[in-house]
Design a protein around this ligand. Structure first.
Ligand code: EGV
Length: 376
């Protein structure tokens, strides 16, 4: 069922409502026009199909993984058999991780706030959640008693919706603490492509720490590929989790055509496309911030964020009330309450605006949002 006005749904239910709107700035999926380089990949799909029929799938998979991970600075990713599992999406990868973890643990520490399908998936397999505030996570060492009480520490970096990135030093320290307390360290890096601060070699840091770790990578937010994407479930050796077994319960493998498309898009990104995308998102972010400048009580809580979403703090205004007012004009943003999965009221005065949209859509949405806010 899709969320009704009064019933509070999860974020994805709010995103369902926006799917057929002309001004859908709700989900973090890429919906802007293809660039010239990307449209060449689309034009080549018939040839990619012929290649996918002929070339061995493990070869295609290795090449797609290599091109994508190298593009984003992840040179030390584990290339050995079974260490990178290709899934239909990062949420499928997360479900496989959650089911695997639940066989050996009953509690997990999870960053707060973050996108609510993460706590929902983790609760769905029966795990008890312990919130770790983002400030706490970035502040310093985590409490030893906390780490002794959980089987895993789950961190979204860059975080959603804040864009906050775990630095190399911070990751090394968290991994060291997880190694000492024998806690699995799991990262959801879905937004990594947008922020060069997230392009240091995470796998080198994780490998050198000696901790057990899992990383969920997502190609789905980077390029406008009509939901054609892969989520990669990456893990350390001897991590004690039945990832391969649970993976085999869920799927045999992903489409080699999608893998070839991702490889070509990653090559285009390496050839200047990623830098162009960063400029594109920065331009859209400036449209939102400039377009709302001077509106009473409105502020931007994440000045350093490079993610393809922007949080707008509405002062004393209710994010849900503004969301409902915008919906009357067929404009959809995302109310931030559900990101605060342990205490939704903390996100009650924020909206999240998607930036992977055409500048014209971002411009029109910002103008409409401004008119609603100045009238409220
Ligand atoms: N499996 C789910 N719920 N997918 C929605 C998710 O991709 C949207 C998202 O992450 C964002 O809008 O930031």
């Amino acid at each position: 069922t899709v969320v009704s006005d009064d019933a509070l749904g999860n974020l994805t239910q709010f995103e369902f409502l926006a799917l057929n709107s002309s001004l859908n700035l709700a989900d973090g999926h890429a919906r802007q026009d293809l660039t010239l380089g990307q449209s060449r990949v689309v034009e080549d799909l018939p040839q990619l199909w012929a290649q996918a029929v002929k070339q061995p799938v493990d070869e295609i998979e290795r090449e797609a993984i290599g091109t994508y991970f190298e593009l984003l600075g992840q040179h030390s990713y584990p290339a050995a058999e079974g260490r990178v599992l290709s899934c239909y999406s990062s949420s499928v990868a997360m479900e496989i991780f959650a089911r695997s973890l639940a066989t050996v643990a009953d509690r997990i520490a999870l960053v707060h706030p973050t996108f609510d399908n993460i706590p929902d998936i983790l609760r769905g397999v029966g795990l008890e959640l312990v919130a770790v505030e983002e400030e706490q996570l970035h502040g310093g060492d985590l409490d030893a008693a906390l780490l002794d009480s959980v089987g895993c520490l789950f961190v979204t970096t860059p975080n959603n919706p804040t864009g906050k990135v775990v630095s190399r030093e911070r990751l090394a320290r968290l991994a060291e603490q997880c190694a000492r307390h024998d806690v699995v360290l799991t990262l959801d890096t879905s937004f990594r492509g947008f922020d060069p601060a997230a392009h240091y070699d995470h796998y080198e840091v994780l490998r050198d720490s000696g901790c057990r770790w899992v990383v969920i990578e997502d190609t789905g937010k980077l390029w406008p590929t009509l939901e054609l994407k892969v989520g990669w479930l990456v893990s350390s050796e001897h991590n004690g989790l039945p990832l391969g077994k649970v993976y085999s319960d869920i799927l045999l493998g992903v489409s080699p055509l999608v893998l070839l498309m991702i490889k070509r898009l990653a090559e285009d990104a390496a050839d200047g496309g990623l830098a162009d995308l960063h400029r594109f998102i920065a331009t859209n972010r400036a449209i939102v911030r400039d377009g709302l400048a001077g509106v009473p009580e409105v502020t931007f809580p994440d000045p350093l964020s490079r993610a393809s979403v922007e949080r707008v703090h509405l002062g004393s205004r209710s994010g849900l009330a503004v969301w409902q007012e915008l919906r009357q004009h067929n404009l959809f943003a995302l109310p931030c309450g559900p990101f605060h999965w342990a205490r939704p009221e903390e996100g009650g005065n924020c909206l999240r605006i998607a930036l992977s949209r055409s500048p014209e859509a971002v411009e029109a949405a910002t103008r409409l949002l401004r008119s609603v806010l100045v009238a409220s």
